[in-house]
Unconditional design. Structure first.
Length: 169
């Protein structure tokens, strides 16, 4: 059984399933509805400010978020940073979107892309403090560990005040 309560307790009202590449739910992501996040005091009396995300214990993020919705015949995959970006763009009908989430593109992610015979990856990370750095690291990882051709949408091209690819579109 999977718990719906996250590491920070039951402080987040929005929860959605994280599925592996086969579509099996490995846990739940929980999001604050407050854009600035929540102030949480954990069991050890530590105060955490501006907490925007939580997840259920044991959540496995070995696969890219949303990869289970990608058709086996897709040759080009767009990878965004945020889960909401992927959810929103998939809801708009884009059938080749996945997300790394609050992490970085990893070797395990590339293994699944190889299995699916993905030939091209478009990196469309956030226009914030870490997006450009994560973009460079993702491209370097792809070059060193796969034959996938990476393309990049420069986060700065979204424009001033636009942080996420879904906002841009």
């Amino acid at each position: 059984t999977l718990k719906i309560q996250g590491h920070f307790g039951d402080n987040f009202r929005l929860a959605f399933p994280y599925r592996n590449a086969d579509g099996l739910i490995t846990g739940f992501l929980k999001r604050s509805t407050n854009p600035k996040g929540e102030t949480i005091t954990t069991y050890d009396n530590k105060v955490h400010d501006n907490v925007r995300w939580d997840s259920t214990p044991g959540l496995k993020k070995d696969d890219l978020f949303g990869l289970d919705k990608i058709a086996e015949t897709i040759e080009t995959l767009i990878i965004v940073e945020g889960y909401p970006d992927a959810l929103y763009l998939q809801a708009l009908g884009m059938n080749n979107i996945s997300a790394v989430g609050q992490g970085k593109l990893g070797k395990k992610h590339l293994e699944e892309l190889r299995k699916r015979k993905i030939k091209n990856v478009i990196i469309a990370f956030d226009n914030d403090d870490v997006g450009p750095k994560n973009t460079v690291e993702a491209v370097e990882l792809i070059f060193k560990n796969s034959s996938i051709t990476p393309y990049v949408i420069d986060p700065k091209s979204y424009g001033n005040g636009v942080k996420d690819p879904d906002e841009y579109l």
